[in-house]
Design a protein around this ligand. Structure first.
Ligand SMILES: Cc1cc2nc3c(=O)[nH]c(=O)nc-3n(C[C@H](O)[C@H](O)[C@H](O)COP(=O)(O)O)c2cc1C
Length: 188
């Protein structure tokens, strides 16, 4: 069978870590967000999307996340925290954080991850670069964490679970890692 457009987008999406400075268009942002809202969810849409396009705030989130990373038990995270050149948002002009209601009767991490993946696929489908970013979540565990939550207007009782950056790709990703073979068992 030939690949349809959806399958092509899924196969072609790769994490982009180098972005142009130019901000994405509002129409593009809305298409991406709408795709997030259409993700499957067990918690009756108990999620919230925060769009951050303010350069100064993006840099503060980067720095707070790096500060928190320096205190982590995981050596790789500490190294990144201490690496002056490392920007956990890769200079992308747009960050979207997906938060979930902690009072929800079902765990919201899966709902937020499903939404985050929809954001990435929608971005790819309209030619935007994107990357899922766990690292910046560390900012909420830094000393500035609760201040940042307030500044980002994350609703009371909501926890940030996932995030991703978006922008115009500086270059297409080359040498992307191949998918591993033999990860599927068929029982027929
Ligand atoms: C839960 C999750 C967290 C991730 N966090 C980061 C991150 O903090 N920084 C980063 O550069 N990439 C992050 N990634 C992207 C992965 O590194 C990437 O998806 C993986 O290497 C496969 O490459 P691909 O996205 O190009 O297919 C994350 C991906 C997932 C699913």
């Amino acid at each position: 069978m030939t690949l349809n457009e959806t399958l092509k987008i899924i196969k072609h999406r790769r994490s982009v870590r180098s972005f142009k400075d130019e901000q994405i268009k509002d129409e593009e942002l809305h298409l991406v967000l709408e795709a997030g809202l259409y993700a499957p969810n067990a918690g009756d849409q108990a999620w919230h999307f925060t769009v951050i396009q303010n350069k100064e705030l993006l840099e503060r989130l980067n720095l707070a996340a790096k500060e928190a990373a320096k205190q982590m038990d995981i050596e790789g995270l500490r190294e990144l925290g201490n690496n002056e050149k490392f920007n956990c948002l890769y200079g992308a002009p747009t960050l979207i954080i997906v938060s979930g209601n902690e009072q929800s009767p079902v765990p919201l991490d899966a709902d937020c991850a499903a939404a985050n993946q929809n954001l990435l696929l929608a971005a790819e489908s309209i030619g935007l670069g994107s990357c899922w970013i766990f690292f910046v979540m560390l900012a909420f565990y830094s000393p500035q964490g609760s201040e940042l939550r307030k500044e980002l207007k994350i609703p009371e009782g909501y926890k940030p679970y996932c995030s991703a950056v978006f922008g115009y790709k500086k270059a297409e990703v080359v040498n992307a890692e191949e998918r591993k073979p033999n990860l599927i068992t068929y029982i027929r």
